[in-house]
Ligand binder design. Structure first.
Ligand code: GTP
Length: 395
């Protein structure tokens, strides 16, 4: 009799442990983390970039920031069952759809360029107009002059005025400029430990959206992902990220209070990823202007604190393609502070300024790895040199 009671007890205990494990894996709220040290809030009233939208979902609002208080950290994914989870769009349809969008947004550029190349006579005036068109696409002065010079020489040497041939030459030269030699893969395959991705950039460029979209891409690749909401500047940012994650069953480590130490949240996210044996942990950070030394120091600290726990495998700098050459100075400063390893160029939908890819890569020596082509959840594509150039030149 006593033996059967004992066996029943063991079986019940095993079932309970199993259920608890299932509960954790489903990404429901996990145990709260430890309270952490407080670091001072150091936003200035002029931290918003010019023209930044003054509303939630847009740029971070300076006035939103409360006095910083330490907060318990929480790992959250709202109650979702497998049935209510969204299924990220399959890569094939996503890439075809986004390619068409890239072609559409560069239509003005390609139309005027191809019209110029189709002229019977490509004289000095035409070359000047080609130069202007390339400059208007944000290719940058130096690359534009180099490209036009090379093209002129090739046309002279080959003696070919066939528009198709000139177009083919332009394609070749653009591909060389965009540089197919770069390794554009994300460094997120590190067996035996979670890969750590840190996402940085100025206000409102699309960092949180990018983290959310990228989480979906990774879920579609069967990766276990966890997010860290180290944008503690406004509560809405953590909520926004948690919502992105929960839609695809990805948990988010966040702080309950605005103004908590972002480095602390980042550290806890990485710690949680190690504990859960996740494949990837992505840490979202608050938008900050590159000329704010204190905020840039804070960002450097976020990275250093993470490194106490794990190496940081990717530092993705998110740049807004519509801001054109402004992005270049941002890129330089961010790269000095956190050693950027890849660029995400957002908002390429609706702008024909794709040439900025060349200028950024030349300036930083770092490849564009991903492009954002819309506000939809699956509007993120890997950057592919040839496809990109073809999209630029397609009518
Ligand atoms: N059209 C378009 N909009 C985008 C793209 N990526 C992001 N956005 C929009 O840009 C706005 C800002 O995006 P967020 O992800 O909140 O930007 P953030 O950099 O996290 O902002 P802060 O945390 O305030 O600095 C949102 O309205 C997004 O929907 C894109 O590729 N195309």
């Amino acid at each position: 009799m006593e033996t059967s009671v004992f066996i029943t007890f063991i079986v019940l205990a095993a079932v309970l442990v199993g259920l608890l494990g299932l509960f954790l894996v489903k990404g429901r709220p996990l145990t709260a983390g430890k309270p952490r040290r407080e670091f001072p809030a150091d936003r200035d009233a002029d931290d918003l970039p010019p023209g930044a939208p003054d509303e939630p979902g847009g740029a971070t609002l300076v006035t939103d920031r409360p006095e910083g208080t330490p907060a318990d950290l929480d790992t959250q994914a709202p109650d979702v069952t497998v049935d209510t989870l969204e299924k990220p769009e399959a890569p094939e349809t996503r890439l075809a759809r986004l390619r068409a969008r890239l072609v559409k947004s560069n239509n003005i550029f390609s139309k005027s360029l191809l019209a110029l190349l189709s002229r019977d006579e490509i004289d000095d005036d035409v070359w000047d107009e080609i130069e202007e068109t390339l400059l208007s696409a944000d290719l940058g002065a130096e690359p534009t002059f180099e490209l036009v010079e090379t093209l002129r020489q090739r046309v002279t040497v080959e003696g070919s005025k066939d528009p198709e041939r000139v177009k083919a030459m332009l394609r070749e030269e653009l591909i060389k400029l965009v540089d197919p030699a770069f390794d554009r893969s994300l460094n997120v395959k590190n067996p035996g430990r979670p890969s750590v991705v840190l996402v940085v950039g100025v206000n409102g460029v699309g960092k949180t959206t990018t983290v959310g979209k990228l989480a979906r891409v990774m879920v579609a690749e069967d990766k276990d992902v966890i997010l860290g909401a180290a944008d503690t500047f406004r509560a809405a940012a953590a909520e926004q990220l948690t919502t992105w994650g929960s839609r695809v069953g990805v948990p988010t480590v966040s702080s309950e209070k605005e103004g908590a130490d972002p480095a602390s949240v980042a550290f806890d996210a990485v710690e949680k990823a190690i504990e859960l044996e996740s494949d990837v942990v992505m840490v979202d950070t608050a938008g900050r202007l590159q000329n704010k030394a204190n905020l840039m120091d804070q960002l450097g600290k976020v990275k250093r604190v993470i490194e106490k726990k794990s190496q940081v495998d990717e530092v993705l700098l998110v740049l807004d393609a519509t801001t054109g050459q402004n992005g270049l100075s941002q890129a330089k400063v961010f790269s000095e502070v956190v050693n950027v390893t890849g660029i995400v160029l957002t908002k390429l939908d609706g702008t024909a300024r794709g040439g900025i890819v060349v200028a950024i890569q030349k300036q930083l020596g770092v490849p564009v790895k991903l492009i954002g082509l819309g506000e939809g959840p699956d509007d993120l594509a890997p950057f592919d040199t040839e496809q990109f150039v073809d999209a630029l030149l397609e009518e």
